[in-house]
Design a protein around this ligand. Sequence first.
Ligand code: NAD
Length: 293
Amino acid sequence: MMAQIDGHTILIGLMATPIRHSMSPTMHNNAFAKLGLNYAYLAFEVGNDRLEKAIEAIRILDMRGSNISMPNKQKVIPYLDQLDKSAQLCDAVNTIVNDDGKLTGYTTDGIGFMKSLTDEGLDIRGKKMTLVGAGGAGTPIAIQAALDGVKEIALFNRDDSQWAQAEKNVKTINQETDCHATLHHLENQTELKEAIAASDIYVDATGCGMKPLEDVAVVNDPSWFHQDMIVFDTVYAPRETKLMRIAKQGVVKHVFNGLGMMLEQGAAAFKLWTGKDMPVAYIRQLLFNDAQA
Ligand code: NAD
């Protein structure tokens, strides 16, 4: 149910392409309605070519801000006035806030990842993480975890087009945070097994486990995991991935999909725009018929 739109309604955008499939408009508009906030969130099909003008429109139309998704997350940076620390270190923006014409870029995916763990009563500060992937999800997870106090990150990536980003993430973390990061080839399975054995949390940010890779998992042997660790798959469709099934066979206590991260990255943006807490449990139940464990 939408709130009544009137002459005072404050507009928030989402600028990306393709974008019609996104859950974000439904998520934010239902949250606005639930809290009685006079905001509206609309998706705009915007690619790199019209991005500069679209960003200028945020100022001209006095919009409160926007989400930014592919292919605009990096391209948007020159059009903004400032970046928060996490966006700066990720070199990517997924949320813009407009304060009287001054546009600040944030990246909330890593915040969402960390918050989804604290929602479950889990604190990974001071702990060791093994992370696979250095793309749109893996980068903010690594950077935010490092900024928030994770002690060690072993980052694994395939020898593919994302390897250079993985190198950059490790360098950034070691230069800019107190976390110690190391980079490893995913092809080196011995190193992966050893890193997981020494970790408190294993995070998969590769897209394995979702279509068309639903029958693929980076780790296929349940004995690689230990009982007290967290196994976190960023995929949330399907709700249970191959990796999650393998981890559960190995009796891992804390096994999560990426739904909490997705909701909490939205909640972090919602808070930046409105100053209010998104009713996350309500949205989770309403849109995903999924009560928190
Ligand atoms: P991306 O294309 O930017 O990066 C993909 C990463 O995975 C790269 O590091 C690549 O090297 C690696 N990779 C790809 N295929 C692989 C394979 N077969 N084996 C091993 N490594 C492989 O993608 P992205 O935007 O980072 O998305 C990755 C996953 O994260 C997707 O499943 C996406 O749904 C999920 N995601 C979840 C959230 C959330 O809020 N839960 C947010 C963003 C992305």
